[in-house]
Ligand binder design. Structure first.
Ligand SMILES: [Zn+2]
Length: 280
């Protein structure tokens, strides 16, 4: 039985492939493939210490990065989606929502919280891409609208952290109405002269880009984030031309005037604080 005999000599496993340490102790950067300790990676605000790749993180991690001592009051945490259209794709929409809730421990694609950032009071709404692609349905729109209400009521600045594939197709027209609703609320925030900062993270596309993500008094982004409305393939086919290099990257979008600045996540908390202090 020749296949029981090891014919090749000198088979060696690269260090990073060896499974000696328990899972979760090490982090491998998906961009440069280098290894670092999970603890170090977390201390680095979930960015790679070698190539500065910004890991895609959710609301839990952003709240931890931004709120002092990770202390905040979560707003409307139990709001969940209905099924206004009785939508069925490969499975009924309520089943999909329930399965996603179990898998992610989240209730929908955005979480909103109220707390302090370097002693400055702030309301933060942060999207979770893990929840059906960070899609914007009625719950996302409603929670953002209520978070803005909270900002207006308590006269504290509002920070929106977007990461989304766009509208939630299972709610079709109801999703699109969230664009108008959130935009109207932001207009009220503006009338109340309360600052709104929009942070666009990787990726921010579709109806989210076309509404609240681009309506900030400051629109800012993380390095290398993909920002756009339609995907590059659709645009290429529509205009019948090749797209320029780096198209839809945060750097490209900044150069073309849609962003105010790009901020490294490690500096995010301090930069936001000094910006808000400047606006007071
Ligand atoms: Zn890296």
């Amino acid at each position: 039985m020749s296949w029981f005999v090891r014919k090749e000599k000198g088979i060696s496993t690269p260090t990073e492939m060896k499974r000696e340490a328990p899972d979760g102790l090490w982090y491998q950067c998906p961009s440069c493939k280098k290894i670092m300790q999970t603890r170090e990676h977390k201390l680095n605000a979930y960015t790679c210490e070698h190539c500065n790749y910004h890991e895609k993180i959710g609301s839990d991690a952003y709240f931890e990065v931004l709120f002092d001592q990770n202390i905040y009051i979560e707003l409307d945490e139990n709001l969940t989606s209905g099924n206004p259209l009785n939508f069925v794709d490969t499975k009924p929409y309520p089943d999909r929502v329930r399965a996603t809730m179990l898998k992610t421990g989240l209730k929908d694609a955005v979480r909103t919280g109220f707390g302090k950032m370097n002693e400055v009071e702030i309301v933060i709404a942060c999207m979770d891409f893990n929840f059906i692609g960070g899609s914007m349905g009625s719950v996302v729109g409603e929670k953002i609208a209520r978070a803005i209400d909270h900002s207006i009521k308590h006269k504290v600045p509002f920070l929106m952290i977007s990461r989304s594939g766009g509208a939630r197709m299972m709610e079709a027209g109801f999703s699109l109405m969230q664009m108008a609703k959130t935009s109207a609320k932001l207009a009220m925030l503006s009338e109340a002269k309360i600052p709104y900062i929009s942070l666009l993270t990787d990726p921010t596309t579709g109806g989210v880009t076309a509404s609240y993500a681009m309506l900030g008094d400051f629109n800012i982004s993380e390095p290398g984030a993909l920002i756009g409305f339609a995907g590059p393939r659709v645009i290429r086919e529509t205009i019948g031309k090749d797209l320029p290099k780096g198209f839809q990257s945060a750097e490209f979008v900044l150069e073309h005037g849609f962003l105010d600045f790009i901020v490294d996540r490690k500096d995010l908390k301090d930069k936001l604080t000094s910006l808000l202090n400047m606006l007071r």
